[in-house]
Design a protein around this ligand. Structure first.
Ligand code: G6P
Length: 360
């Protein structure tokens, strides 16, 4: 392809490092001359007039949707459901009176998602596509498009597209909230700027991340990721990253759910990554970490500055509580990258996977 790796050994590492620039690019693209948000009035209206949003996506984009739902519900006060595209038509929920469908797709070409788009358009519903490729099939066939401006993503495992999708959701949610007269104590462009700086700090900690990968993942066949509240939606993405490129069997769990079955898999030395960025669940996620530690797990804690304990392996610079996913996913991407590297896996082109899956 025309895109070069430059001095990077892999596209994935390059794309991880690009995330601060992607955030700044998004800030610029979505900023009006007057400092307000640049969102087309018809997109704003479509969100405002719908009584329920249905997010449809696959893989990493689905995980971004889980975070997007929280942003739209918390900031814009609109109900949102998130569905896996390949299942949606089989297990179709009862739709609200005036639904809006939001498709999230890095490539804009995922056949499972397109299948849903074709069907809901046939039923006369409105659709918005959030994509990294305007002009893609999902973009052309939807009524509206929002561009994630992440630049071409080459590595099969998605990194910068995920954080870009979440950033765009934050902007859309605030735009809708403002136009609905909801008073917010949250300036998305300013907070994304803080996120960009935090990402820069984290992507500079490659040696630390490599060490964590070596200490926790060099011999194991499985790993668990736990988080509560907003962190739960990020640990499922962390586990997916690790699975995709290192072939370590990994699962993301809600901190409180592990004990209801999966804790049976914890053995001496089983790696468990605990994510703690949410003040209101800090004590309970740490309790969950102790439960698995007592059963022999090797716990690596990733916490947010201000909530950190001396023994935590990774401490994230503080970002706004609505945007913690954008910081906490970075160490998970890097740890997965180094775990795959140590195991001599083909990082950019993992076995059995394709960048975009155009068959159902
Ligand atoms: C493929 C890729 C994943 C990606 C998913 C959805 O399975 O391997 O990395 O998350 O498709 O792709 P999309 O382009 O729709 O975001």
């Amino acid at each position: 392809s025309d895109i070069e790796k430059g001095t990077y050994p892999h596209f994935m590492l390059k794309e991880i490092d690009e995330q601060p620039f992607v955030m700044r690019n998004i800030i610029q693209k979505y900023q009006n001359e007057d400092g307000g948000l640049r969102i087309d009035a018809d997109i704003r209206e479509a969100v405002k007039t719908s009584d329920r949003i249905y997010i449809i996506a696959a893989g990493t984009s689905y995980h971004a949707g889980l975070v997007g739902k929280q942003l739209v519900e918390k900031l814009a006060n609109r109900p949102v459901e998130v569905h896996i595209s390949s299942e949606f038509l089989y297990n179709m929920p009862l739709l609200s009176e005036n639904p809006l469908f939001i498709f999230i797709s890095q490539s804009g070409e995922t056949a499972d998602s397109r299948g849903v788009l074709v069907e809901v358009k046939k039923q006369g519903h409105k659709a918005l596509t959030i994509t990294n490729v305007p002009g893609s099939t999902l973009s052309r066939e939807a009524d509206f498009t929002l561009h994630t401006y992440a630049g071409p993503e080459i590595a099969v495992a998605s990194t910068k597209a995920y954080t870009a999708q979440i950033a765009v959701f934050a902007i859309l949610a605030v735009d809708v909230a403002r136009s609905a007269g909801i008073e917010l104590d949250f300036d998305p462009l300013q907070e994304l700027g803080i996120v960009a700086n935090a990402m820069e700090v984290l992507t500079a900690q490659k040696e630390e991340m490599e060490k964590v990968a070596r200490d926790f993942l060099s011999v194991t066949r499985n790993a668990f990721f736990i988080g509560r509240a907003a962190d739960y939606f990020v640990v499922v993405e962390g586990a997916l990253k690790l699975k995709e490129i290192s072939y370590i069997q990994a699962e993301g769990f809600a901190g409180g759910e592990l004990k209801h079955g999966t804790i049976a898999l914890i053995e001496e030395g089983t790696p468990v990554f605990a994510l703690a960025t949410q003040e209101h669940v800090n004590l309970s996620i740490r309790g969950n970490a102790q439960e698995v530690e007592a059963r022999g797990a090797h716990v690596c804690t990733i916490s947010m500055e201000g909530m950190n304990e001396p023994e935590d392996q990774i401490v994230l610079p503080r970002v706004h509580e609505h945007l913690t996913a954008l910081a906490s996913v970075i160490p998970m991407q890097l740890i997965s990258y180094y775990a795959a590297l140590h195991r001599e896996c083909d990082v950019d082109k993992p076995r059995n996977l394709a960048k975009s899956v155009t068959v159902e």
